[in-house]
Design a protein around this ligand. Structure first.
Ligand code: ASP
Length: 324
């Protein structure tokens, strides 16, 4: 017994010494559970850039798309808890437990929480050829085209899926879902006219709205936005969809069991990154708001996700929109 106790102590001491060295010249992978070029990817790449200096490491973004973020999140849940594999994911961490029966990971117990990064509004956009130029005209077009409308999403459990389901429920219309590995490929098809509608983060839609490649009809937040590009868009609540409100947030996670010394180093670096003026400007230009409250602490992040799960579960169930 004594030998085992000694071996365990020696192992713990070595592990603690490694944690002190972290990152110790190792490359850090941030897994993005969606396709490259989309909104979650955009946040991760900007964040990787801002984390490089405070962490003193090479940081690589690894796109592991599929199943509305479940595949990438499950990969990180099973990765070695040594701080070299992290996950950047969005509100899916709070809606997947209700939307997806077997996601392959447990949000509450499979991760160390490292802090919330930002909040991002969504916009309701369409292919450019839709004969509507404001929400009222869009609503008329939707009513006239019942059963014929294609609505893109990034897979069951994704933000676009959630937003699209709530939109169909609020407008009492059924649309045909067209799933992609992320909203980067979805928006390409929207621009090309292969799909009709998409609900997506401003971090992806702003450049396309500005370039007039898509039409924008409304924002999903409770209040209008104040960026010059989006300030004239009505909220969906103003457009008559009572209580409609979806805001996407992104958080950083490590596999459960990552040592407190490592998670503290990452959280300290994250807090430096969230104050980086370059990172803040890039995010604000795209309509995102960088986190600056108790949620940037691991405890606050965990509490927030638990509160979001509790908030979304009854809404999803009441709308009858969960996936079997
Ligand atoms: N915006 C996507 C979603 O609908 C995800 C992405 O491609 O970043 O969840």
């Amino acid at each position: 017994m004594k030998v085992f106790a000694f071996a365990a102590l020696a192992f713990a001491t070595v592990a603690a010494a490694h944690a002190q060295d972290y990152p110790g010249g190792k490359t850090i992978n941030i897994v993005v559970p969606f396709a490259a070029g989309g909104p979650t990817d955009r946040v991760a790449r900007d964040l990787a850039e801002a984390l490089r200096k405070p962490l003193g490491a090479t940081i690589v973004v690894d796109n592991v798309p599929g199943a509305g973020s479940s595949i990438g999140a499950a990969k990180v849940a099973r990765a070695a808890p040594d701080g070299t594999t992290l996950l950047l994911n969005h509100i899916g961490m709070a809606t997947i437990p209700t939307l997806v029966r077997k996601p392959g990971f447990k949000v509450e117990t499979d991760f160390e929480y490292l802090g919330i990064v930002n909040d991002v509004p969504m916009t309701l956009i369409s292919r450019p050829s839709i004969p509507a130029n404001n929400y009222k005209e869009l609503a008329t077009w939707i009513a006239a085209n019942k059963g014929k409308i294609n609505l893109g999403n990034a897979g069951v459990g994704s933000a676009s899926h959630l937003c699209g389901l709530l939109f169909q429920s609020a407008t009492k219309t059924e649309m045909t879902p067209v799933p992609y590995k992320g909203t980067a490929p979805a928006i390409t098809d929207l621009i090309g006219g292969q799909i009709d509608l998409l609900c997506d983060q401003t971090t992806n839609t702003s450049p396309q709205i500005e370039g007039k490649k898509v039409k924008a009809f409304a924002v999903t937040t409770a209040k209008r936005l104040n960026t010059p590009l989006l300030k004239d868009l009505p909220t969906l609540q103003e457009a008559g969809l009572k209580d409609f409100q979806v805001t996407i947030w992104h958080g950083l996670y490590a596999p459960k069991g990552t040592s407190p010394a490592i998670t503290k180093k990452i959280n300290d670096a994250l807090k430096v990154a969230l104050k980086d003026p370059d990172f803040i400007r890039k995010q604000e230009d795209l309509g995102a708001v960088v986190a600056n409250d108790g949620r940037i602490e691991p405890e606050g992040h965990k509490k927030f996700v638990a509160a979001e799960i509790a908030k979304w579960s009854p809404i999803i169930k009441a709308a009858g929109v969960y996936a079997d």
